[in-house]
Design a protein around this ligand. Sequence first.
Ligand code: OAD
Length: 288
Amino acid sequence: VLGLECTARRVLENLRDGKYASVVVMAGAGISVSCGIPDFRTPGTGLYDNLQRFNLPTPESVFELDFFRASKGEAFYKLAKEMWPDNFKPSPTHLFVRLLHDKGLLRRAFTQNIDTLERVAGVPDDKLVEAHGSFANSSCTRCRKPFDAERSKNAILEGKTPIMCEEPGCGGLVKPDIVFFGEGLPAKFGICSSSDLPQADLLIVMGTSLTVHPFAGLVEMVPPDCPRLLLNMKPVGVRIPSEESNGLRLNQPENWRDAMIQGPCDEAVRAICDILGWREDLEALVES
Ligand code: OAD
């Protein structure tokens, strides 16, 4: 069982005792690693360390709009075929987010993940912001018109790519609606982040390196008295004391609100559920 430092324990006891009612979750690729989906930046196993076969200028190029257009999507379409989110089961961590909703505590879950596993876990659409989109729909990268999702999926899975927009005179490339570098985030992200973060009374950040903006900036939008609990393999988003930033104050003097449970997030949520008295509920969802 993971050791809980005192701030984490106090925050969780407050949650158990009903002191928070508006919990916001921020999630990243780390929460799907135990489902068999690699994250992006873990050295060795992360996706960006395993793209040599595509001969990319940089690993991130595979998700860059300019490179996608210039290369007619060659690398991306192949990668999308490999990454297509079929047949994955949610992790205990996804199910913990669902439990927060079932218990009436979840204000919103913001995820960077495109694997749709929060939906599969039963987090309802109105409680979920898929900030980097998902594979569920496709559209043209030039005229932005939606393209039939099933046809786009089949073309990618059968290698019948590039997929060209069929709007008269357009000829743009079609891709699944996952957000590339160089593209805006879904409108729902802006609307929900500006309404939810200032109203949060507990922020739980899980399985993300907090490197990609604007998502990473959400940690700075909660009220100054809102505790921020990080569940991650390693410390991330930590405030640099010499800078003005409002990053996490883990292990820093005068920190009373930011806490981390370091290690695999599935173990962390089990330890959390033990404190909250939710362990049976969690395991029932895992078994179902
Ligand atoms: P990263 O790969 O950058 O970070 C994943 C984090 O999860 C790392 O800090 C890992 O240490 C941690 N981690 C890995 N396994 C874990 C586990 N079992 N339990 C807990 N923590 C674990 O992934 P993201 O932060 O999600 O964007 O990446 C953000 C964005 O960068 C992605 O959405 C993607 C990428 O470029 C786009 O493609 C637009």
